[in-house]
Design a binder for this molecule. Structure first.
Ligand code: SF4
Length: 452
């Protein structure tokens, strides 16, 4: 079950209906769960911390990889066994027959982002309280992340058609949120204590394309619904802002000056997936690696601290030894600082399953290990180069293993997926503090230092 940062429950004469939430999948699904609990609380429902205390359980599923589908189905089964009243939503909800076949006792199934349908299903199976205490809901909404960072979802869906991906089938084409709504949400989050915004979508650099970059007004100034104006607006809020899921389109160059000025965190999460032209073509991804390398070199010239995170797939159907070597060379040359690597897996209904020359499992495994070794070398070189510097570090939590120790992150690290900085401090710190840390040591990924 997911813990939620809720205010203490008010004393009530009547029993308040309680909903439990199990949130699976990626940060985008987490944001969906946050929206759902915000709506539930706005209507006066309480969020139960465990199955036993819940009158009904909502399972927000992921349907991307076969392993995620299995995990979702297992979570639904667990919730049915422990509680009995279960509503399913999220990506796997786009295939209700799969869920109902495995778990006929499920009360209702709704697809991704169907907030209204989820609320209708909850109302049907758990009568809403008569007297909702709207004032219990903080203006920034309710979140499942710690208080000091928040995911900011700017759009749903995707216009690309990568052959290994079924997200457009599950979530549809790109639908951008108007920029004044996104900026107003960010402003509320910052007012509520958020120190770090993580911008997410399926394709952040395509933001606004579907609504022709419609101009809107925020704080008396005009902003177009587009990536650059989003960065300008968020940059004016004075907190760390990380851009996730950015494609290396030429217009990404425009936000580099905002990073050089310190308005946007010098961090780009670009899911390259591969570097070899034939593989990228089979993946149906845009890509000209020469231009990408030249662009990255220019970015680093202007913003020397820039950290680049990416994800890659090894063992894609048809990937030859030569393709794989090209990928390794790219990691070294582009100095991809942080990388997630997946062994190719057939996703149900994805086009890539029908491609020829699937790579044997042992070879995929071998390539994965070689990839991780090369990436560790790149990461270790970056980490070693930080020793002796003083970096801003955002504190996430106390280090249970070390008295007086804290765990935080530099600007080069996003929460959950990247490295950490182990910080020694004579004074007590708290989550969300941003402190100057003198870096004294490093391993392949993590840094060690003292509060300066
Ligand atoms: S960009 Fe490609 S991988 Fe990402 S969501 Fe869109 S189709 Fe899927």
């Amino acid at each position: 079950m997911t813990d939620t940062p809720l205010a203490p429950a008010p004393i009530r004469a009547v029993k308040t209906p309680k909903v439990g939430i199990v949130s699976l999948g990626c940060p985008k699904a987490l944001v969906d769960s946050e929206r759902i609990i915000t709506r539930l609380r706005a209507e006066g429902y309480q969020i139960a911390p465990d199955y036993a205390g819940a009158d009904l359980v909502l399972v927000n599923t992921c349907g991307f990889l076969d392993s995620a589908r299995d995990e979702s189905l297992a979570a639904i089964g667990e919730a049915i066994e422990a509680n009995g009243k279960v509503i399913v939503t999220g990506c796997l909800g786009a295939e209700p027959e799969v869920i109902q076949r495995a778990h006929p006792k499920v009360l209702a199934v709704t697809g991704p982002h169907q907030y209204e349908a989820v609320m209708d299903a909850v109302h049907t199976h758990l009568t809403p309280p008569h007297n909702p205490h709207l004032d219990l809901v903080p203006e920034s909404g309710l979140r499942l992340t710690p208080r000091h960072y928040a995911y900011l979802k700017i759009s749903e869906g995707c216009n690309n058609r990568c052959s290994f991906c079924i997200i457009p089938k599950l979530r549809g084409d790109l639908v951008s949120r108007p920029i004044h709504h996104v900026l107003a949400e960010a402003e509320k989050l910052v007012a509520a204590g958020v120190k770090e915004l993580l911008v997410i979508s399926q394709d952040t650099s395509a933001y606004g394309l579907d609504i022709r970059y419609k101009p809107e007004t925020w704080r008396g100034a005009e902003y177009e619904t587009r990536f650059l104006d989003l960065a300008r607006g968020l940059g004016s809020l004075g907190v760390w802002t990380r851009m996730h899921y950015v494609y290396p389109y030429p217009h990404v160059d425009n936000i580099i000056p905002l990073m050089a000025e310190g308005l946007i965190t010098p961090y780009l999460d670009i899911p390259f997936q591969h570097a070899s032209a034939p593989v990228l073509k089979a993946m149906k991804r845009p890509g000209n690696q020469d231009k990408v390398l030249a662009r990255i070199a220019n970015w680093r010239r202007d913003v020397p601290d820039l950290a680049i995170r990416s994800t890659f797939i090894v063992g894609f159907p048809g990937e030859t030894d030569e393709d794989f070597e090209i990928l390794l060379d790219f990691i070294r040359e582009a100095k991809i600082d942080r990388a997630g690597c997946f062994r190719y897996e057939n996703v149900a209904h994805a086009e890539s399953g029908k491609l020829e020359n699937h790579v044997p499992a042992e070879l995929k495994e071998e390539r994965w290990h070689r990839f991780m070794e090369v990436q560790a070398e790149v990461s270790a070189a970056r980490a070693a180069a930080q020793v002796g510097k003083t970096l801003d570090v955002i504190i996430d939590e106390a280090d249970d293993q070390t008295p007086g120790g804290w765990i935080g992150r530099s600007k080069a690290d996003a929460p959950e997926v990247d490295a950490v900085v182990y910080v020694a401090s004579r004074n007590a710190l708290k989550s969300g503090d941003i402190v100057s840390v003198r870096i004294t040591g490093a391993d392949d990924y993590d840094l060690y230092g003292d509060v300066a």
